[in-house]
Write a protein that binds this ligand. Structure first.
Ligand code: ADP
Ligand code: MG
Length: 365
């Protein structure tokens, strides 16, 4: 799939903008703070319904304006589709797919598939577990609408349970209601995470091997907070029992101490923890491998080629990795932002367009 064009109105530092994109490479050049990432964000938001940079939608509205709008038209394998989002300062955002207003955010997620790779992702191996959970959540939300729904429900119940733990007068039967719900949604999330990481592990192993010319053997491991079980119902029962038995402790700490909100993902190269012992190069290559694996997995599960957004990462990778990235992705649509493109890399890039961004206006080469 690829994005054919975009229309922005009062989005970040763009007043009005219309662009036609290339089905392969779209190179977005410009100095710092001109609007390169803003442009990627506007594309990304049409796929996920929310930004990769902020959880406050209103930040995406041009300063001083009441609402902002973004619209993209995309070509999928067999049909065209359009997505339009409107953000307002005082009410919720609204979204249209093919001109029809959608009711649930999950309906947006199945429409456009995107993978974003930013400098932050290069630190994913070393960063705190929350970043890795976010990565898993983002990808699973795209692939499984049910995951999105169960995760939203889980988070809601978790907030309620945590708030309840802070009250003075706790009724065990009310607590039990929270526990049952948390166990149901939590078990579903954990099953899907385990399955996702198993698949991602398999694919990224091959990719990592190719980048390192067979020199390194990457392994991904799901580190669930609740011990896995053979079936969904067993896991639900196990998590429910764990919630019950950690009740006293939760009460003391006034928060829910057990569950998938404490999960993690670990990276190993040749059996050794990359987080603890890997070089910076190995950490970055591992990050690159899982990003490329994501693209493959989306293709495998949906039949569609996802769109790759590369925000300022080229300069952080050495030439060999840059070339690997570009060559292995010759077929898909890419958006590459950077302040400078190395001449050597430009020669190896497949067909494309170049855009220059300057203070919220864009010129095509
Ligand atoms: N809501 C907004 N309204 C107007 N300008 C904004 C808004 N949000 C961010 N900006 C401006 O956008 C610029 C940063 O754009 P960005 O795309 O991150 O830059 P870069 O080209 O370095 O990727 C900054 O000058 C910032 O002030
Ligand atoms: Mg930027």
């Amino acid at each position: 799939m690829y994005i054919k064009n975009i229309e922005l109105h009062n989005f970040r530092n763009y007043g009005d903008l219309e662009l036609e994109f290339h089905p392969n490479v779209n190179l977005i050049l410009g100095n710092n703070a001109q609007g390169k990432t803003n442009l990627l964000e506007s594309i990304y938001v049409c796929s996920m319904g929310k930004s990769f940079r902020t959880s406050r939608d209103s930040e995406m509205i041009l300063f001083g304006e009441d609402f902002g709008r973004v619209r993209v038209e995309a070509q999928r394998d067999y049909y065209d589709t359009s997505v339009e989002l409107i953000f307002t300062r005082d009410s919720k955002k609204s979204a249209k797919v093919d001109g029809v207003k959608i009711k649930k955010s999950s309906q947006l997620l199945e429409n456009l598939y995107m993978v974003i790779f930013s400098p932050e992702d290069l630190r994913i191996v070393k960063d705190e577990p929350e970043k890795r959970r976010k990565f898993i959540d983002r990808e699973l939300c795209q692939l499984r609408p049910k995951y999105y729904e169960d995760l939203s429900s889980y988070k809601k119940v978790l907030l309620q349970r945590n708030a309840y733990l802070k009250e003075f007068d706790i009724d065990p039967s009310v607590m039990d209601l929270w526990d049952m719900q948390l166990a149901r949604y939590g078990a579903s999330i954990m099953m899907m995470r385990a399955d996702f990481i198993r698949k991602l592990d398999k694919i990224s192993r091959g990719i990592h091997g190719a980048i390192t010319n067979g020199g390194e053997n990457l392994q991904l491991k799901y580190v669930p907070n609740v011990e896995p079980a053979a079936s969904l119902s067993e896991l639900e029962e196990r998590y429910y029992q764990i919630l019950r038995s950690s009740y006293e402790n939760d009460l003391r700490q006034r928060t829910t101490t057990k569950g998938p909100h404490k999960d993690d993902l670990e990276f190993f190269i040749d059996g050794i923890s990359v987080r603890n012992f890997g070089s910076q190069g190995q950490q970055r290559t591992s990050a690159l491998s899982i990003k490329l694996a994501e693209l493959s997995l989306i293709k495998e599960e949906t039949g569609e080629e996802a769109i790759l957004l590369l925000d300022d990462v080229m300069s952080e990778l050495d030439l060999q990795r840059q070339e690997f990235l570009v060559k292995s992705l010759a077929e898909i649509q890419m958006f590459i932002t950077t302040t400078e493109i190395p001449e050597k890399l430009k020669e190896t890039l497949p067909d494309g367009k170049t855009f220059y961004v300057n203070a919220g206006s864009v010129e095509e080469e």
